[in-house]
Design a protein around this ligand. Structure first.
Ligand code: HEM
Length: 449
């Protein structure tokens, strides 16, 4: 264990704390390595962001207990508070009985019958998107995957096709709000959010834009209630058990915005990383292409074929391990919480990093190597406690099965038709300025197979 100042509650404080700034600089300049290094202090360590103390949980056991056994003693933390202006009381931020009710309400849209329906439209949309790629030309893969996943979520969950103006407004707004949440959480005082700074104006206007587009989508859906259980349909037709009243329009909008944001950013980021890794591992890419083409020559595999994409599934697991989209997650105690040697009082901010845990050499041999083969070897790494890209407990990702199917289906379409090569040998870097760990690096050159 690294030597550190130990507080009265028994929790060590990470060294390198600067006056005023606290540990902000290492967190901003090399976030995941910094969060990983905190495991040297023990299972719980305190850092300061400005003067705000934050407790970082560094072991999978503690994180699992926090999310599952101790879930009732927590709520979402200060980073999520900044999202409330946009996501309101949607699934991502709601708690307790209300959260449970809303979650039960949308759940049928994520059952296997629904996902089977989404699979067909996912393959169709993916085939149409990649048919526009030009042989030998670079493809901005991250931008393209964002556009594709946006259209899939819209059609699958909301039975809607956006017009070009709406697409443009969403594409402009999403990166601004995702970066803005993180920036605002790191402001030294909430008063800064009220100042007429250009970044604040951009953030407020992006929030307004997203809400307006989603309001339009909801309004269009009202006159013709679709008999299929799209999320929108489930929300619009839900009635309160006691009062018999329909859901408030603002709540319908909050749920829809939450699903749009949660269902696009993470999936697009994972797909981009998967394709970047496969472009760098040509032999593996060819093997996966063979696996897909043995089922369907043009990559149009069906939902029931997915279990046969075994090696592609391993590559996806490895991508979610090495490039976990959610690099930090938060909770805040609402009741005393015992952890390791300490008792954390209500109001304690807790942070944990699935990305740091997934790259820990204590938990995964040779953790920085992209090695899908590790998912074939027996070991603990696949256990629910060590592998948590989708979280755990009552807030566990509601879209997990949809995401898994969607990514495999899109990968199948791409791998069957195109060979991917990095446009330059420049290594792909990761950017943690947003809510997810996005790739920043060369575009990919595509050639027909
Ligand atoms: C690779 C893709 C995805 C990853 C890695 C991912 C990851 C996560 C994680 C880690 C959480 C838990 C957050 C927490 O505990 O604070 C979560 C929650 C959530 N995810 Fe996902 N997600 C993905 C795809 C999706 C998709 C496709 C949808 C929907 C279309 C979705 C909708 C949600 C929602 C609504 C929640 C909040 C659930 C609740 O609190 O009850 N996600 N996701």
């Amino acid at each position: 264990m690294t030597r550190a100042e130990v507080f009265r509650d028994g929790v060590p404080c990470a060294t390198g704390r600067l006056p005023l700034l606290g540990h902000l600089i290492p967190l901003l300049t090399h976030p995941v390595p910094f969060l990983q290094s905190l495991a040297d202090y023990g299972p719980v360590v305190r850092i300061h962001l400005w003067r705000r103390p934050v407790h970082v949980f560094t072991t999978p056991e503690l994180v699992h207990r926090l999310l599952v056994e101790d879930a009732a003693k927590t709520e979402k933390g200060f980073v999520f508070d900044k999202a409330r202006g946009l996501l309101g009381n949607g699934l991502f931020l709601s708690e307790g009985a209300f959260h449970l009710r809303q979650r039960r309400l949308v759940q049928p849209a994520f059952h296997s019958d629904s996902i089977r329906r989404y699979a067909a439209l996912t393959t169709r949309q993916a085939a149409s998107a990649v048919s526009r790629w030009k042989p030998g030309r670079p493809v901005p893969i991250t931008t393209q995957m964002h556009a594709l996943t946006r259209d899939i979520v819209m059609e699958a969950l909301f039975a809607t096709r956006l017009n070009d103006a709406q697409k443009h407004r969403i594409d402009q707004a999403v990166p601004v709000v995702l970066t803005g949440f993180v920036q605002r959480a790191l402001y030294p005082s909430p008063l800064l959010e009220k100042l007429p700074l250009p970044s604040n104006r951009r953030f407020d206007s992006a929030v307004r834009e997203l809400r307006t587009v989603v309001d339009d989508v909801v309004a269009q859906a009202l006159p013709c209630r679709n008999p299929d259980s799209t999320v929108l349909n489930l929300l619009l037709t839900a009635r309160d058990e006691e009062t018999g009243l329909a859901m408030e329009p603002a709540q319908v909008r909050d749920e829809a915005v939450s699903l749009l944001l949660a269902g696009t950013e993470t999936v697009a980021t994972t797909l981009s990383w998967l394709f970047h890794e496969l472009a760098r591992h040509r032999e593996l890419q060819d093997e996966l292409s063979e696996e897909v083409r043995a089922i369907a020559a043009d990559g149009s595999v069906s939902w029931s074929d997915l279990p046969r994409l075994e090696r592609t599934g391993h590559a996806l697991s490895e991508t979610l391990r090495l490039h976990t989209p959610n690099w930090i997650l938060m909770r805040r105690t609402v009741a005393p919480l015992d952890c390791a040697e300490a008792r954390l009082p209500p109001g304690t901010e807790i942070l944990f990093s699935p990305a740091a845990l997934h790259r820990s050499p204590r938990l995964h041999p040779d953790p920085l190597r992209f090695d899908p083969g590790r998912w074939q070897r027996p070991g603990d790494h696949t256990s629910r406690k060590l592998f948590l890209p989708f979280g755990a407990g009552q807030h566990k990702c509601v879209g997990q099965s949809f995401a898994w199917a969607e990514i495999l289906l899109i990968a199948a379409v791409v791998l069957a038709r195109w060979r991917l090569t990095p446009a330059t040998p420049t290594p792909v870097r990761e950017s943690a300025t947003s809510a997810t760990l996005r790739p920043r690096g060369p575009q990919l050159i595509v050639d027909p197979r």
